[in-house]
Each structure stands twice: as C-alpha cells, then as structure tokens.
Write a protein that binds this ligand. Sequence first.
Ligand code: PMP
Length: 419
Amino acid sequence: MNAIQTALETRSSSLLDVENIRADFPILGITVNDKPLVYLDNAASSQMPRQVIDRLVHYQTKQHANIHRGVHYLSEVATSEFEVARRKLQHFINAREEREVIFTSGTTEAINLVMHGYGRKYICAGDEIILTTLEHHANIVPWQMLAEEKGARIRVVPVNDAGELLVDEYEKLFNERTKFVGVTHVSNALGSINPVKEMIAFAHARGVPVLVDGAQAAPHTAVDVQDLDCDFYAFSGHKLCGPTGIGILYGRASILEDMQPFKGGGDMILSVTFEKTTYNTIPHKFEAGTPPIAAAIGLGAAVDYLSGIGMDAIAAHEHALLKYATDQVQSMPGVRIIGTAGQKAAVLSFAVNGVHPHDIGTLLNQEGIAVRTGHHCAQPVMQRFKVPATSRASFAFYNTLDEVDALVAGIRNVQKIFT
Ligand code: PMP
C-alpha cells in the first residue's frame, strides 16, 4: 500500500475520533512561531488531557492532605484516593495484587529501586547481568554501578541493522553466572518492539529474573504483566498523559517481599527503636516519605482516560500514523530512517544527509513542529548505528495524518535550505 492509500484508508477507517480527542488537550491548540503546534515529541513526554488536569485541580482544591497517618477527614480522603489510584494502575497492567504496584518518581527511580533492593542483595562478584544494546541509560547506568560495586559483569545483546535484538545471541549469553536480565519493551531511540515474552520465558527456564523497562510501551500498547510473566515492569506517568514525578514499579509479590528496602524513612516502617527497625509490608516498604500524592491520583486519572479510549485502538491509530510517515520519509532522497524493525512502535528516528540533527530540530521548530534531536539517552544505540545523534518524531493517539504531512514538508524545507 502506498502512502496515499494508507492515508485514505486511515482517514476513512480510523478507530479514533481524533478531532474530539484533541479537544481534550488544551495545549494542542497553542501556536508556536505563529504556526499551529505539531507536537511529535511524545516519546519524551506526552501531553495531558483536561480530564487529568481537572482531577489534579479537584484533588488540590477539595481533597489534599498527607496520607496514611491521619485520622481527620482530609487525610482519610487523600489516603483513599491514593490507594484507588494504585488499584487503577494494578488493573491497567493486569497485576495480580495491588501490593505489587509501587509508586516511584518514574522509570529511572523504579529501576534504581530494583538495583538497590534486589541487585545489591542477590548479585555477587563474578555474576553476570544481561542488558541489550537498545537500553535507555536508565537501564544501563544503575547496573553498571552495581557491577562496579560487586565485581559483576554486564553482557550485552546485540542488534541487527534494522535495530532488532538478535535473540540467538541473547540465548548464547546465558550461563551459570547469569543472575539478572534487564530489557526494554520498546526502544525509545528506534521504536523496535522487543520479543520480551519469549525472552522472559527463556530466562525463567534458567531461573533468572527479568526486569522490563516499559517506559515506551505502556503508553502505546496494552500491558499484561501476568501474560508477560515478568518479575519487574517499570514506566513513567509523564509519557502516558499523566503528571511528571510519578511512575510505577510492578514487582512480583514474592520477590518484592524478599527484597531489601531502597530508601529509609517514614511510612516504610512498622516500628523503630535505636536498636532495630521493622519494615512495613509491601508496597509501603518501598515508599519512604510523603509520596507525590497528587501526581499518583493524576496518573490514576490518566490511565482511566487511556483505557476509556482503549489501548488497542490507540495502538492501531499510532501504527497507521507510523506507516504513513515511514512510507513517505523512506522515499525521500537523502533521508535515512534509523530503526526499521519489523515490529515497531510509533517512533521515527531519521538522519538527513549533510544536516546536523540539531539544525533539523531548530528549523522544524520554526514551523511549529516539535521533534527531539540528540542521542535520546541511548548512546550505545547511536554508537551501533554510527551516528552522533538522530532526529526523532514520536507519535501519540492525538496526532493526525495532517501533522505527518507537516513533518514531511518540514523535512523537505530543511533539505532545500541546506542544498
Ligand atoms: N526508559 C526508556 C525506554 C525511556 O524512554 C525513558 C525516558 N526517555 C526512561 C527509561 C526514563 O524515564 P524517566 O526519565 O521518566 O525516569
């Protein structure tokens, strides 16, 4: 199917009422450099619908107090709303139990929690941790810190030229020293969707637990942690229409119970004397101090909003946008798409001959188009594809084919300026 056919088909059969959806997002109506905003930086942070903004306002104006410690009305309301949000997240990822959902400040903190809580307890000198070339720095650096502290070793799964993990190579990396696997569900730099379910099954058959970095997957596809059978799954609220400063770590209850706490302080204890502290039960053992209560409740509203639209409909619409954009960009002379995996989420990383990515970003910005340029906190991916940086357009369910057209016209304009 060519680009025009895709466009016609998507326009006539889109599963989403995108115009009405866009009306929920006040920010999508602004102009940038006197042009309507074309927001294609969703992999960095998505925008927030009025339903989530209103929920935050309602909380702050009618329900706010500190949680878990008060007997007064507002404290009880805030506590109850915070725990309701936890249950919403539980259902969003189909976790067995709500205590398997830990609120964190985001994916980065969730991975650091696992590194400290699990890694520092169980990983020893000579042990091996398997990561992949496609990891975001958030799923590399904590493990390197651990490896350095313990004398453990990081092994890395390579990718082919399309940006697909070489699963055979992954399997070959296993040996009796393998103690942990960390893998991103979707690559933020290339969009590759990794075969995490198969990778988890392979690791489990060898008794090795797996952490999945779901930062780029949870916003775009239905996640079922029971079906994946992962041990840990992490994602951030700000990439799925929620607030910044909040995210979750899903952990299998039996593993979380045996882990050591990450941060010490209030709320994560049952009793404290100067001789001994007894820790609280999960998930509270991992939620020291006052959590971002409003943000957690806002994230609950965000997953309600996404579930209301339907994750399958979201995935289908974004896939159509990606296909339409890919068809056009790959036929442009002098433009190279970086990341052409068979299974991809709606991320289009590209390089334009003779033009630095930052110049592309700056020129597109003059047209009101927001893309990200740089190494996307995935320098090993850049090294693998021998580029210092890429330009990255990343789509959300509120993007339109017209916005893809604007991007393509913008890239043509950049090429004209540089030739
Ligand atoms: N992992 C991946 C795959 C990401 O895309 C990101 C955000 N770019 C992160 C981890 C880190 O997320 P946060 O900054 O919200 O902690």
